[in-house]
Design a protein. Sequence first.
Length: 167
Amino acid sequence: MATPSDVRVTRLAPTLVGAARRLRLVPGQQGYVGDVACNVELALSAPRCDAMAVLYGDDLIGFYRLDYAQTVAARRWLGRATVSLRSLVLDRGVQGRGFGSLAVAACCADLERRRPARRLLALNVHAGNHAALAAYRSAGFVDTGELHAGGSAGPQYLLVRRLGMGE
């Protein structure tokens, strides 16, 4: 079983871009997260984003995007200290084994270290993605009660997690 010290996150290095593009999804997940290779390219090209790698030891097992634009997840102002977590993907080979919660915990610790002025992490989760909802809740996210029409996959819940909770 993986432990928190086994999973870490870092900015996506050029040497890991190909592996990130090749992350494999469980059938049906593409409707929730979109095309992985496209998400990697968007994260690398967006000026106010960080393309991030999830590593287990030296192996890339996931990818996500941090978006610093102020109204991305909530579609309204949540405050200057907000960052949005987008396009979190874990390779299908590691899903269902607790890596999601470990990746989110590593993401939050990384944000607290690198961007201490950021106080709120926000994200949208498809209403039908019960596994993701459970994983985010176990990682300290709270459902705001807001339901957005969402993208092509349908309605999405807005979840938030306070950063710097240990202070």
